[in-house]
Write a protein that binds this ligand. Sequence first.
Ligand code: AMP
Length: 299
Amino acid sequence: MSILVVGSIALDTVETPYGKVDNALGGSALYFSTAASIYSPVNVVGVVGSDFDFSKIDFLMKRQVNFDGLTVGEGHTFRWGGRYHENVNKRDTLFTQLNVFQNFSPVIPKHYRNSQFVFLANINPDLQKDVLEQINKPYLTVMDTMNFWINGKRDSLMSVLRLVDVFILNNEELEELTGTANLFDGARQLIKEGPKALVVKKGEHGSILITEDKCFLAPAYPVSKIADPTGAGDSFAGGFLGYLSTCDQINQINLRRAVIYGTIIASFTVEDFSFSRLKGLPREEVEKRVEAFREMTSF
Ligand code: AMP
């Protein structure tokens, strides 16, 4: 089973109470691919500038990640800067330099069009829709978004929502989109629009999977040091979809397990800056943590 991801490839400058990195590898597409490729081959569609150092993604090329859909634009790679507070659940965006990402217009290579699983990372919803129009009916489509698009492109966002199977977002985004602070009411409101499931992330408080008639509560895995939360959301999505790509059906139990795999992989991401922790993460180490999680949450 192969997975298609369309999203950002970035150079991040990140400051947290534990340190700082400049122009470190980042972007939703790469965090997602690193996590998802633990389980299945991943096809990436994105754009970098002519300044991009390809040796930074060597580790992904050596795994099952295909970059035939990567375009090199004239100009600089997308750059993002963020600073986390003492409470690492809070961050300020210091700058967003779109550069070549500004005119990103995803073209899905022919040999990617039959990817069975699709992740539409946080990009302009018009482009997300464009991607869906270029591919053959996948087995499962999952989308993400951010406040910027909720405020600026609400109608487009809602029309993509009607076309996907799973919507992953955080509780603040859900509130902004639905106008209700009650997470369950908000989630049910969105499920009526079309997606079969919503995953609502609540940072250190874990996440909730909501389907038409059920909900599943997953706490976050307790890590001793959150060095850098950047990419937690995208690697959660990568673990979620990566795990589902190994399942023979998409049902309630597998969706629940996928939420746990997403949770566990995100817990590794945040233990160090950029991809330092995630990069060489073996499947067995994920399994060990899943087992520890099982022990902590069963009664
Ligand atoms: P997360 O921490 O999961 O929200 O994802 C952080 C990643 O998203 C960083 O590596 C950033 O480079 C990337 N990012 C930040 N802002 C944007 C944006 N406006 N569009 C696309 N990607 C972004």
